[in-house]
Design a protein around this ligand. Structure first.
Ligand SMILES: Nc1nc2c(ncn2[C@@H]2O[C@H](COP(=O)(O)OP(=O)(O)O)[C@@H](O)[C@H]2O)c(=O)[nH]1
Ligand SMILES: [Mg+2]
Length: 327
């Protein structure tokens, strides 16, 4: 073992030894590689680390093939992807069934849901993907669900207002942190190197119809409203379900832009979905890579307004704007 390895190397090596899953091991090894000094004395160590990474990568690829076969790899569709998680029996499957045309199994006993199940939820003129998942605590599930959760635009934690929503939320947050997913809105002491996934997290407080729900909702808000949007609903009675798609849309921080050819009507059927604060140039690029270069100016009709405004590439678009590109 060559001497003079920096303290970061030792720290990464400790993380490597403590790592439980393959991805964590790879991340730690990569960091060890990155921080180690390169000279003749470290050649062997360097080759050894690379060999280990190659072997683990193969293993990880075999595992993700298993995840795909087991139904945990969900192809992204629509304007955004929301993955639902939470304690057993909080009503995740019921919510997906109520908001989409998917039919996940709903039952009074826990652990009914065994794989990830997507459904499309309508919001005005667009579709947003909701994904039902099994609870993280289940043995063997974490390794499979964590990649589904990490890929999400938003993770929605579902809690039961008729039970112990504060404890359920805390349980889910700690399970997510085991997957190295941390709320974007919460300060953290966790190290930020080596694969932390900061996520936009929403809390769906389900079963608002049950006795004690109002009281539990105030406890939940008292503790967590400063960190998360908390949305009370009843998946079975329908309370709050009408507002939910709009709240989710807001959380996605996207806008819809409609394109129009000169002299024709706007295409109101298929809006282009862009991140909030996108410019006319970015919209052009989204439609076609080469389009942006050739574009000279654009005419924008603001949502709800009639005026046609001539703008340049740097003009910031608003939700609902109609854009006519001129080359
Ligand atoms: N009272 C009430 N029961 C609900 C509500 N949503 C779900 N449930 C019930 O809670 C149980 C668990 O629902 P399920 O969707 O399978 O939970 P999951 O394990 O989180 O997927 C079922 O018996 C549902 O009928 C709700 O809004 N109100
Ligand atoms: Mg379920």
């Amino acid at each position: 073992m060559p001497a003079n390895l920096p303290p970061q190397y030792k720290a990464a090596e400790q993380r490597y030894r403590a790592a439980k899953d393959v991805e964590d091991k790879i991340a730690a090894l990569q960091e060890m590689l990155a921080v180690m000094p390169r000279h003749k004395g470290t050649d062997k160590l360097h080759a050894g680390l690379r060999g280990k990474i190659a072997k683990l990568t193969q293993e990880s690829e075999r595992k993700s093939a298993t995840a795909r076969r087991a139904g945990f790899f969900i192809r992204r569709e629509g304007a955004g992807q929301i993955v639902l998680t939470g304690s057993p029996n909080t009503g995740k499957s019921q919510l997906v069934a109520a908001l989409t045309s998917a039919t996940p199994e709903v039952a009074m006993y826990p652990y009914t849901t065994q794989s990830a199940m997507p459904g499309m939820m309508r919001y005005e003129d667009i579709q947003i993907q909701l994904v039902d998942t099994p609870p993280l605590g289940q043995r063997g599930v974490r390794a499979l669900v964590s990649s589904t959760l990490r890929a999400a635009d938003i993770v929605a934690i579902v809690v039961d207002l008729g039970a112990e929503p504060v404890l359920e939320l805390e349980w889910s947050l700690s399970e997510l942190s085991e997957c190295r997913i941390i709320p974007r809105s919460m300060p953290t002491e966790q190290e930020t190197v080596g694969g932390i996934y900061p996520k936009h997290i929403l809390v769906i407080a389900n079963k608002s119809d049950l006795p004690g729900a109002q009281r539990n909702l105030s406890f939940l808000r008292e503790r967590y409203a400063q960190f998360f949007a908390i949305i009370p609903v009843s998946a079975t009675e329908g309370d709050g379900l009408q507002d939910l798609p709009g709240r989710i849309y807001e959380a996605l921080e996207i806008i819809r832009v409609y394109t129009k050819a000169p002299g024709q009507k706007a295409d109101q059927n298929e809006p282009v979905i862009l991140p909030k604060e996108s410019t006319v140039g970015e919209a052009a690029e989204e439609i076609h890579k080469d389009f942006k270069k050739g574009m000279k100016y654009a005419v924008v009709w603001g949502s709800g307004k009639y005026q046609a405004q001539t703008v340049s590439k740097t003009h910031v678009l608003q939700d609902g704007d109609i854009v006519e590109f001129h080359v």
